[in-house]
Design a protein around this ligand. Structure first.
Ligand code: HEC
Length: 218
C-alpha cells in the first residue's frame, strides 16, 4: 500500500466515529435540562396573559414595593429621577419632535409591561420579586399611568380588564402597500444630477496647506 493511500485510510477511520455521532446527534456534553431549569427560562407572558404566573397584587400593595424598590430610579410618580427612564406621562408625544416613551404612552400590551418588569427589574436585582409583588408593582405602574384605579387588583382573572392606551398604535407592517408607489418608481441610474459647477477652491479660501504633498495629489 502506498503511503498516501494508507494516510487516506487512516483519515477515513478517524472520521467514522465522528460521522456516526453526528447522525445520532449526541455530542456527549451537557446534561438534560430539568423541568425546574426550563421553568426558570420559560417566563414570557403573551398579550392575552398566557404564561402569567399564579398570584395577584393590588395597586395599594404595589405602591409600597414601588417606593422601596423602584422610585429611587424611576421617580415617586414615574416621572424619572435624574436620567433613569420615565415610566408615566408622555401621552400624545410619540409623533412629536421629542417623543416620551413610557408604559402609558407607548407599551402595546399589559403582557409587555409585566414581562419586562418580571424579566429585568429592579435593575441590578432582576427576578428578585415574588409573583404577588410582581402583580402588585405592575398594577401600581398602571395606576401611575391612569390605566387602572386605586382599588384595582391585578391577577390572571383581571388581566383582560386592562387595555393599554397605545394598543391601537401598533399594527401590521403595511409598507408593501402604503409605500408601493414609492418602491416601484423607476430609480435613476444614469446622469441623475446636473453637471457640477465649481465656484471656489480650498486653496483660494486658504484652508489647504500651500505645499503640495509628496504624492502629488492636490
Ligand atoms: C437602579 C435603577 C433602577 C431601579 C431600582 C429600577 N429600575 Fe426599572 N429601569 C431602569 C433602567 C436603567 C431601565 C432601562 C433599561 C434598558 O433600557 O435596558 C429601566 C426600565 C424599566 C421599565 C421599562 C421602561 C420603558 O419605557 O421601556 C419598566 C417598566 C421598569 N423599569 C420598571 C421598574 C420597576 C417596576 C422597578 C421596581 C421593581 C424598577 N423598574 C426598578 C432602572 C431601574
Amino acid at each position: 500500500m502506498s503511503r498516501s493511500v494508507s494516510l487516506a485510510l487512516l483519515l477515513a477511520l478517524l472520521a467514522a466515529p465522528a460521522l456516526a455521532q453526528s447522525k445520532s446527534r449526541t455530542y456527549n456534553i451537557g446534561q438534560p435540562a430539568t423541568s425546574g431549569q426550563i421553568a426558570g427560562w420559560d417566563i414570557d407572558v403573551r398579550p392575552d396573559g398566557q404564561g402569567a404566573p399564579p398570584g395577584q397584587g393590588s395597586v395599594k400593595a404595589g405602591e409600597k414595593i414601588y417606593l422601596e424598590k423602584c422610585a429611587a430610579c424611576h421617580g415617586e410618580f414615574g416621572e424619572s429621577a435624574g436620567r433613569w427612564p420615565q415610566l408615566a406621562q408622555g401621552k400624545g408625544t410619540l409623533a412629536s419632535h421629542d417623543p416620551v416613551k413610557t408604559v402609558g404612552s407607548y407599551y402595546p400590551y399589559l403582557g409587555s409591561v409585566f414581562d419586562y418588569i418580571r424579566r429585568a427589574m429592579p435593575f441590578g436585582d432582576a427576578q428578585s420579586l415574588s409573583n404577588d409583588e410582581l402583580y402588585a408593582v405592575t398594577a401600581y405602574v398602571l395606576n401611575l399611568n391612569d390605566i387602572v384605579d386605586d382599588k384595582f387588583v391585578l391577577s390572571r382573572a383581571t388581566w383582560g380588564q386592562v387595555t393599554m392606551p397605545n394598543q391601537g398604535g401598533f399594527y401590521d407592517d403595511d409598507r408593501d402597500k402604503v409605500e408601493k408607489a414609492f418602491w416601484n418608481a423607476k430609480p435613476c441610474m444614469k446622469d441623475c444630477r446636473p453637471p457640477v459647477k465649481i465656484t471656489g477652491r480650498a486653496g483660494v479660501l486658504d484652508v489647504t496647506p500651500d505645499q503640495k504633498p509628496k504624492g502629488g495629489v492636490e
